[in-house]
Ligand binder design. Structure first.
Ligand code: SF4
Ligand code: SF4
Length: 257
């Protein structure tokens, strides 16, 4: 199926977001006075996956190695520009106030960065006229054919892979060491802006090199998950309240105490 698309500049996609950013983009966002959250998830990683396990290899590229007690794990950290309502850069005329420096994800939308998610126009904020057949071809036979968008997606995936060491170091500087069990939720850390800037700069200057495998705790809001984690020697944290002392737990399932 072909998908045609052209942005109508309606501004609908610039509201209520957690925009994923590269480390360099997060620094720019913070230095402009924005807020950046650290969304952390832990993937148990007892063995290295086969080369042809494309989903696992994708997760591996965008994560760093860690341990949680006796459990080997990989930690995915997404730096997200978070805002409720309109983006702080959205102008009254619905144009972007930082258009030439806007994050890569804003340039890619409505295409998907995740290679395992198919673009579905029904799930996008764009109005019907943005998708009409007279617009430029964006996607054909499940592939992005717009050259600029395809290049931006590749750039974004490369940054995702290159930034893992810097993210690990930044978390260490900030004392962030708890991630939600993958597929069950997210641990959302919101360090003060100045501390985030300092940590990300230090991590960037260090070249993202880590001296040892860091120790992380694994959080869940489900008692049975924590019991299982503890039974295999992992450091489990039961989050019965959404807000904990140091992070917010966003669960995908109902809590069980
Ligand atoms: S940075 Fe610009 S394009 Fe991106 S969400 Fe904000 S206003 Fe929209
Ligand atoms: S919702 Fe779609 S059409 Fe509207 S500004 Fe965003 S990308 Fe453009």
């Amino acid at each position: 199926m072909d998908i045609n698309f052209e942005c109508t500049m309606c501004g609908k996609c610039c509201h209520d977001l957690k925009l994923p950013l590269s480390v360099d983009e997060a620094l720019v966002w913070l230095e402009r006075g924005g807020d950046v959250q650290f969304l952390c998830e832990a993937v148990p990683w007892p063995d290295e996956p086969a080369e042809d396990n494309l989903l696992a290899q994708h997760k591996r590229r965008r994560s760093f190695a860690a341990s949680s007690g006796e459990l080997p794990a990989r930690i995915v950290v997404v730096l997200a520009a978070a805002f409720e309502g309109a983006c702080p850069h959205l102008q009254a005329n619905l144009s972007c106030g930082v258009y030439d420096q806007r994050p890569t994800v804003c340039r890619i939308y409505p295409a998907e960065m995740n290679p395992f998610i198919e673009l579905n126009p029904q799930q996008k904020a764009c109005p019907p006229e943005a998708w009409s057949p007279d617009k430029p071809l964006l996607m054909s036979a499940h592939r992005i054919v717009d050259v600029q968008t395809a290049a931006l997606i590749e750039k974004s995936r490369a940054a995702d892979a290159n930034d893992t060491g810097a993210k690990a170091l930044a978390c260490k500087h900030l004392g962030i060491d708890t991630a939600a069990l993958s597929n069950e939720g997210l641990a959302i850390h919101s360090p003060p802006r100045e501390q985030s800037i300092a940590a990300l700069r230090l991590a960037r200057e260090a070249g993202g090199a880590s001296d040892r495998v860091p120790e992380w705790k694994v959080a869940s809001n489900r008692r049975e998950t924590i019991d299982t984690l503890v039974s295999i020697g992992a450091l489990g944290v039961l989050c019965t309240a959404q807000e904990t002392s140091s992070f917010q737990y966003l669960g995908f399932f109902s809590a069980s105490a």
